[in-house]
Design a protein around this ligand. Structure first.
Ligand SMILES: C[S@@+](CC[C@H](N)C(=O)[O-])C[C@H]1O[C@@H](n2cnc3c(N)ncnc32)[C@H](O)[C@@H]1O
Length: 750
């Protein structure tokens, strides 16, 4: 007798209960020595390659087995249209596979013995829980109000954890989008491949289209025989076969179902080389950073280089694996003039990690579908659909792509993922890279931007200052060192964690590690951060404990004054105990001074020009005095105050903020402002003198405004509002600065 998930209502998917059953079953399998069974070992070996070692465990084995057996109950009910209740007898279920293969002679449903140990053990009392789960899951998904071909997508997304699915990029494309992509790209009879087909969504849509055409049965049969799907996961291939059988049922008993377990990145068999007219699909979405195994990372690096998409070393962690699937498909699977159409991360049109991918080598007619936020209601990931045609001509780099902007036509408040939703084309524009850079034999195509915007872009040319600006010091974990203090006497202060920092801290650094600690005052340093930076002003600073000499920032542990010594030991011990295993720094001080960003001459300088490393508005100011700079700011140290104001006026200009907004590919700014032709300060230049004056004037106005605000006790005025007040007050100054810079940049761009 089947055990019910929920005694009263089998139509409720009680995930908590399923998980409980799986935990029990894990124990049962362990007790039955599952690890010693060859079939299980084969499964483990194959699936560790797919999901990595951390996620491949008995629980995943049980879930895969559930999918396999529920698949067989599905065949009984929906393909053989057997009306009896699903059986939980595993031996009888396996028979369904044999009967299916007998009926569809060209179909091999599942060629793996992975789950034989479960069939062998199935008559044991303690395994009845598993049999019960098969019945309950079957009954649950078979009653869903969606097309049967989506039952398994639904089940997978419910019962396999997102963390596990992320390891192999298992996210499914909503049917309405699949339908639109197929309609726009597939022509009857073409050879078509989805190289990462999952449960076969794209191919099912193709078969639907084939079936709906006014063609003979034989023509349709041939067209279906030209539909191919690859996936690395045997269970995905098994499910896609079942879905396709459901589509053809009794109409085409002799068809070939070309769903193949195949590694589309590394397979070297040549039987499918240059075979296809259309490649379509949604390859896995994960980055190099997500890969667990060092060997696999190495393989990916080599492949990325061979495919000419490997980014610069600083961007390697963000390498999108989907771009490898794209380029390898073009290279290996496509006939000349064939087309490719992939759902892919939006970052590939903007991110610097994809700048070699954007060369779109050997492709022409690049089309990019983009979507506004209406689509988030059903598909909440940042994606685009990317189309191209394989080209015989030696196209080195593409000059332009066509961007199509869509929105979802929403007719009701609640949208259903499986519904036939409508996409409306809002506008079309030409996209071009804002620049194309050659480094040796490698080409880097920068972010794609609308052609109309390119006209507003100043020609890029590396600034004289590019190598002279430096990132500040990452003073982490902040909670251990950012303090509030009270004077006790001349030399001593009482310190407590700075509440401003504490509010934003995250585990494990969110604990109060010290309280009313007494230290020598000369270990407190004034520090500036980007959080208080607006244009022309840094309106607040922080007090930070650092075990350094105030005169030259040197670290001499032995010579620390006694209280500072004790306090450093305390926070250092806490740091060592809680730091990540992968962090290579062995002490708090090493961590604070990583890349020597803290202990250096630049930090001691009394005049600094700083700007923010991320955000949408570039803000800068001149900092004078003994202030250290944190890693969320970039700064330049100088002895020439006029030079500092010249730079701050330039960096604060509306012109530069607009330019950066055009070329920026993420929240990060880093060295982008210095890709514009900001030339070396020249005291004799009239325009530079004017910029100095404007810079000084603007900073005075900003300081005065801050004082007015604090006098009016507008303590809680947000940074955003402060910025807006300043923007208004500095309006004429910004106009003047822009006028000068436009002339300057025009002269010096070549
Ligand atoms: C994003 S899902 C796409 C599923 C389907 N195309 C859809 O949109 O509904 C990605 C699929 O790629 C498969 N996959 C991961 N690595 C692969 C590889 N090296 N070769 C072939 N398939 C792979 C995963 O098993 C998963 O089914």
């Amino acid at each position: 007798m089947a055990q019910s998930l929920n005694q009263n209502d089998t139509a409720v998917l009680d995930l908590h209960y399923i998980n409980k059953c799986l935990v029990n079953l894990e124990e049962v399998l362990k007790n039955n020595q599952i690890h010693t069974k060859n079939d299980f070992k084969n499964w483990l070996n194959d699936y560790q390659y797919i999901y990595g070692t951390s996620q491949t465990n008995i629980k995943l084995y049980l879930i895969s087995a559930l999918l396999y057996f529920v698949g067989l109950t599905f065949i009984s009910k929906f393909i053989f249209e057997n009306d009896t209740n699903p059986t939980n007898d595993l031996k009888r279920l396996v028979e369904v596979q044999r009967i299916t293969e007998q009926k569809y002679q060209n179909v091999k449903l599942f060629e793996y013995g992975y789950f034989t140990p479960l069939v062998t053990l199935s008559e044991r009392e303690d395994l009845s829980l598993f049999n019960g789960l098969i019945i309950n899951l079957s009954e649950y998904i078979f009653n869903l109000d969606i097309e049967p071909v989506y039952f398994f997508d639904y089940m997978i997304q419910k019962i396999i954890s997102p963390i596990t699915r992320h390891k192999s990029g298992e996210y499914y494309t909503p049917p309405f989008l699949v339908k639109k992509m197929v309609k726009e790209s597939y022509k009857f009879g073409q050879t078509i491949l989805d190289p990462c087909c999952g449960s076969g969504n794209f191919l099912i849509e193709v078969i639907k289209l084939i079936k709906s055409q006014k063609k003979s049965k034989n023509e349709k049969n041939i067209a279906i025989n030209n539909v191919y799907g690859f996936d690395i996961n045997p269970i995905s291939i098994y499910i896609s076969k079942i879905n396709i059988l459901y589509m053809v049922k009794n109409d085409f008993p002799g068809i070939n179902i070309n769903m193949v377990v195949y590694d589309s990145l590394f397979h070297t068999k040549q039987e499918y080389d240059e075979s296809f007219d259309l490649i379509i699909g949604n390859p896995p979405w994960y980055t190099y950073r997500d890969i667990e195994s060092v060997e696999y990372q190495e393989k990916i690096k080599i492949l990325a280089e061979a495919l000419e998409v490997k980014p610069l070393p600083k961007n390697i962690l963000n390498l999108e694996i989907s771009t490898l699937f794209f380029v390898r498909s073009v290279k290996v699977f496509m006939k000349d003039n064939a087309k490719i159409f992939f759902v892919i991360t939006k970052g590939v049109i903007t991110g610097s990690h994809a700048s070699r991918f954007r060369n779109f080598k050997n492709l022409s007619d690049i089309k990019i579908w983009m979507f506004n936020r209406t689509i988030e209601k059903v598909f909440n990931i940042d994606f685009i659909c990317l189309y191209g045609q394989k080209s015989n001509e030696k196209i080195k780099s593409n000059e332009e792509a066509t961007g199509y902007h869509f929105k979802l036509r929403i007719e009701k408040s609640k949208l259903d993922y499986y519904e036939n939703l409508n996409l409306e084309l809002e506008n079309v524009e030409i996209l071009i890279p804002y620049s194309v850079e050659k480094r040796g034999r490698k080409t880097y195509t920068k972010k794609l931007i609308p052609r109309a915007l390119k006209k507003n872009l100043i020609l890029l040319k590396e600034s004289f200052y590019k190598t002279l600006f430096h990132k500040g010091a990452d003073l982490n974990p902040r909670n251990l060192i950012f303090v509030n203090f009270e004077e006790i006497n001349d030399g001593l202060v009482k310190i407590n964690p700075d509440k401003r920092i504490f509010q934003r801290s995250k585990a494990p650094w969110d604990k109060v590690v010290f309280n009313d600690e007494i230290i020598e005052k000369n270990y407190l340093f004034k520090v500036v951060k980007s959080t208080e930076l607006v244009k022309f002003l840094n309106y607040d600073y922080y007090d930070v404990f650092l075990p350094l000499s105030i005169s030259d920032l040197s670290f001499n542990y032995e010579n620390l004054a006694s209280n500072a010594h004790k306090f450093y030991d305390k926070i250092n011990n806490f740091y060592i105990k809680h730091k990540k295993e992968t962090t290579k720094h062995n002490s708090l001080m090493e961590n604070l001074n990583r890349w020597s960003k803290l202990i250096n001459k630049r930090q001691i300088s009394k005049i600094k020009v700083v700007y923010n490393n991320s955000g949408s508005i570039l803000c800068s100011t001149v900092i004078q005095g003994d202030f250290l700079v944190t890693g969320d700011l970039t700064f330049y140290d100088t002895e020439n105050l006029d030079e500092a104001y010249y730079l701050s006026a330039t960096l604060n200009s509306s012109l530069l903020t607009k330019q950066i907004q055009i070329v920026k590919s993420s929240r990060h700014i880093f060295k982008l402002p210095l890709d514009f032709p900001i030339i070396k300060f020249d005291e004799t230049s009239l325009s530079h003198q004017k910029l100095v004056k404007l810079g000084k004037k603007a900073q005075k106005i900003a300081e005065k405004t801050a004082i007015e605000i604090s006098e009016q006790n507008l303590k809680f005025l947000s940074k955003f509002k402060f910025q807006n007040i300043l923007k208004d007050k500095l309006k004429t100054i910004f106009i003047e600065i822009d006028k000068i810079l436009l002339k300057e940049f025009a002269i010096h761009k070549f």
